[in-house]
Ligand binder design. Structure first.
Ligand code: ME8
Length: 511
């Protein structure tokens, strides 16, 4: 029996086309999902689109379309983005699907039956952009007298009848839960932020709206639609077949191992969601990790500034794997990052083309020329050989620990250390000279390099799957030998290798 692992991305609002921020979360989640599969886990990787709420309704109206048609069109763009980015999702959920609507209504009913929802009236500040309620104490006032949320979004005074979720009653339970589960939130800084938010006192949460219709009707009261965040968060269990938890084969994946989100939505995931689940008597996810935000050449990405980076355009220009690599290599995961075209080109040329591409090319072209294109014998190894190999073989163990902390940048650096050590090794051993002076030693050196490259390429598959598929093929590693556990098995000498070809083209700026 394989161990389970469930990972999710946020479901994205369909109020506009996907940009590089969405691509970032999806790629990072993909790396984690692929790593777990590589490590022998049974993985369920969920992504999708969040299609209800006033924000989406308004975007559709602006385009003169019905909310449903507009949502369908934009949702298809998000799915296409995931496909083009080689995001290996197992399910793509849309909140306008019947299975999701039924699931939300069942969850609502369950929570209401347990006495955690009551009818009242909401009066307070609401941000349409964030689809979020704010307390007076969280707001600032601009010079023009406008009220602004901590995210920079404008808020408006809202007054309407509303159902409330008794969030205030969950304050102590949440604090206790946080105490007992120190790893529930990452990174650590976010945990402290949320803890002080809880400690400052939780107000009951308005969970329905009456001033518009584009949402899931509240069971038994058609005047109300559910608050879009109640609807959206439920996607994580509706995809698993909730409420049919006994008959759904997928329910085995609950509780999810990881909800990966951007930092601005950690409150919804780490606070509201556990409270809803506890109120329904369901288990709480194991971990919420929130990563940082991308800016572009130092500025916030925004349509009005006109600096929005479209992920598929990047891929068209630079290729998919360089883009995936850049996004995860450039900034420590969890921190904020800045997109700059020049840093992408530098990473691509220095680290992919030079460090890794050249290492592979130098090694494989010599095997081709000097070993008849066959995998050389292991032979008698020297201390230098053992030193390099023993460092390389530690990679899976190091990576496992880093991936469980979502330290994706650390994993890449750990792998790059081995790549740099391999380059130092090839320069120092100089197999091209050994060819004349000590051909036997040359074959040992080349075999050490091929074996090290095999470990590197196996471990890099989650990050740059396309390029590593090519490299593993050139290294003579068959498709059934590419799991982490396969690294324990030596590939027999004499295996024929295909002719090597460049894996990472250098990027040259057009004149
Ligand atoms: O919040 N940098 O959807 P959303 C990094 N529907 N990541 C970014 C980013 C940026 N500049 N911009 C967006 C929603 N993201 C809700 C979620 S989940 C139950 C409901 C990523 O379309 C990041 O993951 O506004 C962020 O949390 C998410 O997109 C927000 O997408």
């Amino acid at each position: 029996m394989k161990p389970h692992y469930m990972i999710t991305t946020p479901i994205y609002y369909v109020n506009g086309a996907p940009h590089v921020g969405h691509a970032y979360t999806s790629i990072a989640a993909d790396v984690l999902a692929r790593f777990k599969r590589l490590d022998g886990y049974d993985v369920f990787f969920l992504t999708g689109t969040d299609e209800h709420g006033q924000k989406v309704e308004q975007a559709a109206q602006d385009k003169g379309q019905s909310a449903q048609n507009f949502a369908t069109m934009v949702s298809a763009q998000f799915r296409n983005m995931a496909d083009q980015l080689n995001v290996s999702y197992d399910d793509f959920i849309r909140t306008t699907e019947e299975r999701h609507i039924k699931s939300c209504q069942a969850l609502w009913q369950k929570i209401a039956d347990a006495g955690h929802i009551y009818l009242g009236a909401y009066e307070g500040w609401y941000s349409l952009r964030d689809e979020c309620y704010y307390g007076e104490d969280e707001l600032t006032t601009t010079q023009e007298g406008k009220k602004i949320a901590p995210t920079g979004a404008e808020v408006k005074w809202l007054k309407e009848p509303s159902y409330f979720f008794k969030l205030s009653a969950w304050q102590d339970k949440l604090l206790e839960f946080y105490e007992q589960n120190p790893k529930f939130i990452g990174p650590e800084s976010r945990r402290n932020e949320l803890l002080s938010f809880i400690k400052s006192g939780l107000r009951d949460l308005s969970v329905s709206r009456t001033s518009f219709k584009w949402g899931i009707p509240v069971p038994g009261d058609d005047d109300h639609v559910m608050y879009v965040w109640f609807d959206a968060l439920t996607n994580y269990i509706s995809a698993l077949g909730y409420p049919n938890i006994k008959s759904s084969d997928l329910w085995r994946f609950w509780p999810a191992d990881l909800h990966l989100v951007g930092k601005e939505i950690s409150r919804f995931h780490a606070l509201y969601w556990p409270a809803f689940l506890m109120a329904a008597g369901l288990e709480v996810p194991k971990r919420i990790y929130s990563h940082g935000w991308w800016t572009v050449e130092g500025e916030k990405m925004s349509k009005s500034v006109g600096n929005v980076i479209e992920p598929l355009k990047l891929v068209e220009e630079f290729g998919l794997d360089p883009v995936r690599f850049f996004l995860l290599r450039e900034v420590p995961f969890g921190g904020d990052g800045d997109y700059s075209r020049q840093s992408l080109i530098n990473r691509m040329n220095n680290e992919l083309a030079n460090d890794l591409g050249n290492l592979a090319q130098r090694t494989l072209s010599q095997v081709m020329r000097n070993c008849e294109g066959k995998l050389p014998e292991i032979g008698q190894r020297h201390q230098d050989d053992e030193t390099l190999l023993s460092k390389a073989i530690l990679l899976p163990t190091l990576l496992r620990e880093q991936m469980d902390r979502q330290a994706l940048h650390e994993s890449l650096e750990t792998i790059w250390k081995i790549i740099r050590a391999s380059n130092a090794y090839i320069d120092h051993q100089a197999p091209w000279t050994l060819k004349k002076t000590d051909p036997q030693r040359m074959t040992v050196v080349l075999r050490v390099l091929v074996d090290t490259l095999r470990i590197i390429a196996t471990c890099l598959q989650p990050f740059i799957p396309g390029a590593m598929d090519k490299l593993l093929t050139q290294l003579g590693v068959s498709e059934s030998e590419r799991q982490l556990s396969d690294l324990e098995t030596v590939i027999p000498a004499g295996r024929e290798l295909p002719a090597p070809s460049g894996i990472f083209p250098r990027f040259v700026e057009a004149e």
